[in-house]
Design a protein around this ligand. Structure first.
Ligand SMILES: [Zn+2]
Ligand SMILES: [Zn+2]
Length: 690
């Protein structure tokens, strides 16, 4: 009976489906494709693939099912199967260059370089301007020994998309292939100028510098790489090799004795607002970080005061070279210009300026291992500097500064001063909201002894030196203005670029559910277009779609669309430092927001697996240099044995994608002539400035 049922049941089900006619059949297929899409976005990609396969089985002309199936195959690193799906799709739609280009990539990832080349060439025959096909053709030519031809293709690509760093990266590889180190070096420099996060190019650049005998530059690049991945043995060996060849002053940059002090504050003392405690030179997660020592000076008189006792230990004037040093046993010291020690201090010491508008200048900052923390040289701060002993024998510092003066240093750190004033004003308002919210409500650094850190974790704050006319004007013209939703301060999150669509706070773990933090397309005619299918997501992330934040040639780097080529070994090393999963096998997005942001990811290794569910950790674990955003597509290039060689990560935007998109704000002001209130209303619907 059971056996009979098995035979009858499919026929019976088929019979049930037929009376509905073709229209209902299509509706059924659509529902199943919708379900497959939902599964794909929830990371159940094998299941989604099954549904797509069923769809093409029941309707061999279902083009979109083939395309989505191919996208799912690529997400699972089943490149050969993806190629099969795309071959069928291409047979159904032979005039579609996107399908041919993606077919080329599936072949390429699968190691079938000649077939890849042919597919890319066919795509370019149909449309010469397909950037993805050009890039693919160059990559395939490189593998086939055609480095010169690859360079010709890349040259044209760079003309069409001048901010596309990946074209320079491949050009560098092509030059290296041809044994031309100088041009290779130039290409890698150009790549990093367009996208400094492209750390894979930095490794090659360091090597090229070393080959050309430029030990100084090689040293600098290797040092940066060492900061990113202290466990990289190749970097350690390179630094040891170069040590002799590099003069002392490069290893520890000289002091900046002749620095001039910046101009005074445009705000009167009574307009500067409440005081804020800003942790200086903090770690990427906003924690205090320690220096071995640093020097300081001021452009006026100052006093060295004990916080505990209120005692004035010394007074100083312009032109002295004072020094703060860490000591053992949780204490620190301040040395006068003549070398006289004022400490040791167990409790924090204040360097208090006397006149309004006065600044403190930092020079010669050194890490605990004695290497220079070069980027701090020349930093200037208004207000008071609070120096305290770190836990590991170093010193750390807090800048106590009125909130509006703090904002003067945040604005140019967070947005280019050349951007439209209305965008800068919108930025000033939300940065002010952030500062006060963090101080009074969120208190993320309560344990660390400050209200905000000076890095991306809170808001980047680089002090006085980078202030400019425009950014000052934006702060002054919005002085004391905040953004409210009903009667509450708006949690005014912002990011550099959303890549074309923001995400809702509720889609990301730990961000809460706020009515004004709703994901939406950043520009475009339709406010809530239908959700993208896996195939559409791939084309969107690999393409150059219109959006407020797509500033085209006006954008300084490839922030809107980027690509990283991460060697499997790099990813393996990074993941294993924390998770011990063994040899890397696969990286699969598990949870995507509506727009496509990857909010949970699975790393599969030979010895285990790990799930990372915090977007900022996903970004930091997947690359040598943190990925710009978690809005990305990951494709796996494998060797003949089926092991991953490289991960090609196609991304959109920079930052977490929640709240205001800074590039989008600039785009709204530039392209649509919107004012700061319009901009804020767009990104925080229902809010108002008061
Ligand atoms: Zn912070
Ligand atoms: Zn945007």
């Amino acid at each position: 009976m059971a056996a009979l049922m098995k035979k009858i049941l499919p026929v019976f089900l088929l019979a049930l489906a037929i009376p509905g006619g073709p229209r209902e059949l299509r509706a059924e297929a659509d529902t199943s494709l919708g379900e497959a899409r939902a599964l794909y976005f929830r990371g159940r990609i094998s299941k989604a693939l099954k549904l797509y396969e069923e769809a093409v089985e029941s309707d061999p002309k279902n083009l979109s099912a083939y395309l989505d199936a191919a996208a799912a195959c690529k997400a699972l690193a089943e490149n050969s199967k993806a190629a099969g799906m795309l071959e069928k799709a291409s047979a159904l739609a032979p005039g579609d260059p996107d399908i041919l280009s993606e077919l080329g990539w599936a072949y390429f990832l699968d190691g079938r370089h000649s077939e890849a080349r042919a597919a890319f060439e066919r795509a370019l025959d149909l449309d010469k301007k397909r950037a993805g096909a050009s890039l693919g053709l160059a990559a395939a030519l490189l593998e086939l020994g055609g480095a010169k031809d690859a360079l010709r293709v890349l040259e044209k690509l760079s003309e069409a998309r001048p901010n596309f760093a990946a074209a320079d990266y491949l050009a560098g590889l092509a030059h290296e292939e041809l044994g031309r180190t100088e041009p290779a070096l130039k290409s890698f420099v150009s790549c990093l100028k367009k996208d400094w996060t492209f750390a894979e190019a930095r490794s090659l650049l360091a090597g090229a510098y070393e080959k050309t005998g430029n030990a100084k530059s090689a040293w600098r690049q290797y040092t940066r790489l060492g900061d990113l991945d202290p466990g990289d043995p190749a970097v350690g060996r390179a630094l040891a090799r170069l040590r002799e060849a590099v003069p002392e002053e490069v290893r520890a940059p000289a002091s900046l004795e002749s620095l001039e002090f910046s101009t005074v504050s445009p705000l009167g003392p009574d307009r500067a607002g409440r005081e804020l405690r800003v942790g200086l030179w903090t770690s990427p997660s906003g924690k205090p970080s320690e220096l071995k020592d640093f020097s300081f000076d001021s452009n006026g008189a100052f006093a060295v005061v004990g916080t505990k006792t209120g005692k004035v230990y010394a007074t100083g004037a312009k032109g002295g070279r004072w020094k703060a040093v860490g000591l053992r046993h949780h204490s620190c010291d301040v040395l006068a210009p003549d070398g006289r020690s004022l400490g040791p201090f167990k409790h924090p010491v204040l360097i208090r300026t006397k006149e309004p508008g006065q600044v403190l200048l930092i020079q010669d900052a050194n890490n605990r291992d004695g290497t220079a923390r070069g980027y701090l040289n020349g930093r200037e701060y208004r207000g008071t500097l609070e120096i305290s002993a770190g836990r590991r024998g170093g010193v750390s510092a807090v800048n106590v500064v009125p909130v509006e003066e703090y904002l003067l240093g945040v604005l140019p750190s967070e947005m280019p001063e050349s951007w439209p004033l209305e965008a800068l004003k919108a930025q000033a308002v939300i940065a002010r909201n952030q500062a006060v919210l963090r101080q009074k409500t969120l208190r993320p650094h309560r344990r660390h002894g400050y209200d905000v850190c000076d890095g991306q974790h809170c808001q980047v704050y680089k002090g006085v030196r980078i202030e400019s006319e425009n950014t000052r004007r934006a702060v002054v013209e919005t002085l004391g203005k905040f953004l409210y939703y009903k009667n509450e301060l708006v949690q005014s999150y912002y990011h550099s670029s959303c890549g074309g669509e923001t995400q809702s706070s509720s889609e990301v773990r730990g961000w809460g559910r706020l009515p004004y933090l709703q994901g939406r397309p950043d520009g475009g005619a339709d406010d809530s277009p239908p959700a993208r299918t896996p195939w559409e997501l791939a084309l969107w992330l690999k393409g150059d779609p219109g959006a407020h934040c797509n500033l085209g040639r006006g954008s300084p780097t490839s922030e809107f669309r980027w690509l990283r080529v991460i060697p499997a070994k790099v990813l393996e090393r990074k993941l294993n430092r924390k998770f011990r999963i063994g040899e890397i096998r696969q990286v699969i997005p598990l949870e995507r927001s509506r727009a496509g942001y990857v909010n949970e990811i699975l790393g599969l290794g030979s010895r285990g697996r790990t799930v990372i569910d915090r977007p900022h950790l996903i970004r930091s674990y997947l690359g040598l240099e943190s990925l710009r955003s978690n809005l990305f597509l990951i494709e796996t290039r494998k060797d003949a044995a089926g092991k991953p060689v490289e991960f090609w990560i196609y991304g959109g935007g920079w930052g977490h994608g929640i709240g205001l998109c800074q590039s989008g704000a600039a785009g709204m002001a530039l392209k649509e002539k919107k004012n700061s209130a319009d901009i804020l209303e767009f990104y925080f619907p229902g809010s108002e400035v008061r």
